[in-house]
Design a binder for this molecule. Structure first.
Ligand SMILES: Cc1cc2nc3c(=O)[nH]c(=O)nc-3n(C[C@H](O)[C@H](O)[C@H](O)COP(=O)(O)O)c2cc1C
Length: 386
């Protein structure tokens, strides 16, 4: 049997801070710090504490070529090899009897097949939330509290270059886009009963995520043209829709097909279950929960990484693609007379489970939504004066 290291592995010397109560009572410094090695291997989707000997052993086994297990055992000791195989940081080739940790090997294969940049894979996999409630799990400070804690923020605008000789530009002329640009705002007060008309949802989805033109850039390489730009013309962002109140569309989970312009049902939901899922999707940001639809933007990474293999900028491009789509979504919502929202404070793992997405291949980036505004404003919004 042969073994090799997992495809992507980062090892962090993690410092855990705590209160040293004994030192505190004896009047000495009260902060205690302990250090440990943490293995961050994206295919495992969990942090693993290892010891210094395991760190050294991992450095002795490569992640590309296979090594005879017997040779590795002679070099590192059988117990060491066994411990790293059990943790899923070393993987065997599955040949012969006694193959261990098949699950870890399979996840490693999925990771290798996507062509992730290693740092991007780690950043993505270890920044996902599960069960986070932003109000409870993490303090969500007001601007007053922030200023009290940190002082004033860095100034909102800066001068650079020869500011004395700055060239004053003519006032911006009015234009047709102003009707949307100057009315767009992030809605945080949705009418909990108002439906979203199906024709509004249809236009929002088609003009944000739908195909406007198709082009064969090479044999077998079909690309779409959409209303937002996309890195490499690849449009990897898929739209997964949580429908709550759209007449004629049953509450549930759907995938929007950009070419067929159709909602593919993925799971039906009772209204209460749909509401609870919406709450969990946006990490309990109650100001978004009443929106009649939410659209999850998840990047099909293989589509972008097909061209941008192991590329330093590819993950950044996925984030930018979703950002462009969200602005288009906002502007279309504004055109329909409604506020929209986008949030990156989402429970990716809840979303992945709901839609059956594998985070190594379908990267949840953000959630947007829209709906009719409530009569009053209880949560802060930055609206233009009407
Ligand atoms: C990437 C991104 C993430 C955001 N995340 C949140 C969020 O988690 N919660 C929220 O209430 N608003 C969120 N927003 C909305 C911003 O707070 C909002 O754009 C900002 O306050 C300016 O207000 P405006 O959109 O009305 O101009 C996000 C916006 C962007 C672009």
């Amino acid at each position: 049997m042969k073994i090799r290291r997992c495809a992507v592995l980062f090892i962090e010397p993690r410092e855990d801070l705590g209160i040293d109560w004994a030192a505190l009572f004896s009047g000495a410094g009260a902060l205690s710090a302990s250090l440990r090695w943490v293995a961050l291997a994206p295919h495992l989707d969990r942090e693993t504490t290892i010891d210094a000997a395991q760190v050294a052993a991992l450095g002795a086994i490569g992640q590309t070529a296979w090594t005879e297990r017997a040779d590795a055992e002679r070099q590192l000791g059988a117990a060491m090899v066994e411990s790293l195989l059990a943790l899923g940081l070393l993987l065997d080739d599955g040949a012969g009897d006694g193959s261990s940790n098949i699950a870890a090997r399979e996840r490693d294969t999925v990771l290798r097949e996507q062509h992730w940049r290693p740092l991007s894979a780690a950043a993505h996999m270890f920044s996902r939330w599960d069960g986070m409630e932003v109000d409870k799990g993490m303090h969500f400070p007001s601007f007053e509290e922030l200023v009290q804690s940190y002082g004033a923020p860095p100034e909102p605008a800066i001068e650079r270059g020869d500011s004395e000789h700055a060239i004053a530009l003519p006032a911006a002329q009015s234009g047709p886009l102003d009707a949307q640009l100057l009315r767009r705002y992030t809605g945080r007060n949705y009418d909990p009963d108002a439906p979203l008309p199906p024709e509004v949802l249809a236009r929002l989805l088609q003009r944000t995520f739908g195909v406007q033109l198709q082009s064969m850039l090479a044999q077998e390489a079909l690309v779409f043209k959409k209303t937002s730009p996309s890195a490499g013309s690849l449009h990897p962002t898929e739209a997964y829709v949580l429908v709550r109140r759209v007449p004629g569309v049953a509450p549930g989970l759907y995938h929007y097909h950009p070419l067929k312009h159709a909602l593919e049902p993925m799971a039906a939901l009772e209204p209460a279950a749909a509401s609870e899922l919406a709450r969990q999707f946006v990490a309990d940001q109650h100001w978004f929960v009443d929106a009649p639809v939410m659209v999850v933007m998840a990047a099909r990474v293989a589509r972008n990484f097909w061209k941008y293999r192991n590329h330093a900028k590819a993950y950044r491009a996925l984030m930018l693609d979703a950002g462009h789509l969200s602005q288009t979504f906002y502007l279309l919502a504004t055109e329909a007379g409604m506020p929209g929202f986008v949030t990156a404070a989402v429970n990716e793992k809840v979303i992945e489970r709901a839609f059956g997405l594998d985070p190594l291949s379908d990267a949840v980036v953000a959630v947007c939504g829209c709906g009719v505004a409530a009569a009053g404003q209880t949560t802060l919004e930055l609206r233009y004066e009407e």
